[in-house]
Design a protein around this ligand. Structure first.
Ligand code: 3PG
Ligand code: MG
Length: 403
């Protein structure tokens, strides 16, 4: 992957527009629940400010209707939080596409929710050109939105004088590329979640690459079903048993493995007070639901993860939100934390598990991407990254050459 990097650009006195992903979760009153993405976006902004640029930052927030800025779609709380982190005011500018606002060198403003601009989602060329005209250097630091070809993530990169990747974007691509394209082996992936259907492409892509493919959750249940195990009333997709079998065959043909649980934790219902029972995988009764892996399986995964050279983690192996079904995911989390492997993790549930078990400092890289992380694992080209790469291939796009 070759793209220009913000840290290689001359920025003094330049107008720099940073597209960040500040799409953070909020409660009903608009308070920010979790600010990782804002904190992760700070280094690009600080770099540009220190270099003497006039800095504009924008992001989408949620999925607003284009053409109207409703109060709940405003980046105001995000601008306030960013201001706290930067220890300086971050004024918020609405209706900014046609310019008419001022930013001085060494100052930063936030440009309102870019998804409110008409034409953003459809990657409208006229909108992209207007946004490009606002800056000398366009910086895409929004890895979390890199799977979207929108005017602020794709079109603008085609028309800005200089288009480069910010440090977060670069770090994400470096970490994911290291894990999947030149991994230290054995490469072990954990793909867990409710449904095979939503992760089928990931399972197939990884089945061609990894040494061990650990499946968990409803996905594991479908794999167990494919091996003829009775899973009671566990969540599974019986119509995808053939796909599960195909993944296992692909792995076995390569001399690789899909380790399935030998024991599981079951209950008759999923509730706070549900009684959990540990049973061998062959002893799941008709009214049981598999809600976690058992201790023997956890020990097996712990051994396997302990020997890994690289670990890619997406998805909890049990319903870890309930304490009686959390042991499997806790064991996996701790095994990853204790392992000497290069480890990457991503996805909403996985991040929640990492937070719950307090291991964030011991994962080599935690992605800020949800959908973008998953599409990378699927082996797909991220359109926003492609746009930066295309610009880096143009001879005229070298730093400063268009000025
Ligand atoms: C995300 O939260 O996954 C990104 O910010 C992208 O948001 P989107 O799914 O609304 O495009
Ligand atoms: Mg989303």
């Amino acid at each position: 992957m070759t793209f220009l990097r913000l840290t290689d650009q001359a920025l003094a006195g330049k107008r720099v527009l940073i597209r960040a992903d500040l799409n953070v979760p909020q409660d009903d009153s608009g308070n920010i629940i979790e600010d990782t993405r804002i904190r992760a976006s700070v280094p690009a902004i600080e770099h540009a400010l220190r270099a003497g640029a006039a800095v504009m930052v924008t992001s989408h927030l949620g999925r607003p209707t284009e053409g109207e800025l409703l109060p709940e779609d405003s980046l105001a709380p995000v601008a306030r939080r960013l201001g706290e982190l930067l220890r300086r005011p971050v004024p918020l500018v609405a209706n900014w596409v046609d310019g008419g606002f001022e930013v001085r060198a060494g100052e930063v403003v936030m440009l309102e929710n870019c998804r409110v601009n008409k034409g953003e989602k459809k990657n409208d060329e006229a909108l992209a050109r207007k946004m490009a005209a606002l800056c000398d250097v366009y910086v895409n630091d929004a890895f979390g939105t890199a799977h979207r070809a929108e005017a602020s993530t794709h079109g603008i990169a085609r028309f800005a004088k200089v288009a480069c990747a910010g440090p977060l974007m670069a770090a994400e691509l470096d970490a994911l590329g290291r894990a999947l394209h030149k991994p230290a082996r054995p490469l072990v992936a954990i793909v867990a979640g409710a449904k095979v259907s939503t992760k089928l492409i990931i399972l197939k892509t990884l089945a061609a690459k990894v040494d061990q493919l650990i499946v968990g959750g409803g996905i594991a249940n479908t794999f167990l079903l494919a091996t003829g195990v009775s899973i009671g009333k566990s969540l599974a997709e019986p119509d995808l048993v053939g796909e599960a079998r195909a993944v296992m065959e692909l792995m076995h043909a390569r001399g690789a493995d899909v380790p399935l649980p030998e024991d599981v934790v079951v209950a008759n219902d999923l509730s706070l007070h549900a009684r959990a029972n540990r049973v061998p995988v062959g002893a799941v009764s008709l009214d049981d639901m598999i809600l976690d892996i058992g201790p023997k399986s956890a020990a097996q995964l712990t051994r396997l993860l302990g020997n890994a050279g690289t670990i890619v983690w997406n998805g909890p192996v049990g319903v870890f939100e309930y304490d009686q079904f959390a042991a499997g995911t806790r064991a996996v989390a701790e095994a990853i934390a204790n392992s000497g492997a290069f480890s990457i993790a991503g996805g909403g549930d996985t991040l929640a598990a990492i937070a719950k078990f307090g291991i964030s400092e011991r994962i080599s890289y935690i992605s800020t991407g949800g959908g973008a992380f998953l599409e990378f694992l699927e082996g797909r080209k991220l359109p926003a990254v492609e746009a930066l790469e295309a610009r880096a291939r143009e001879p005229a796009s070298g730093a400063g050459m268009r000025d």
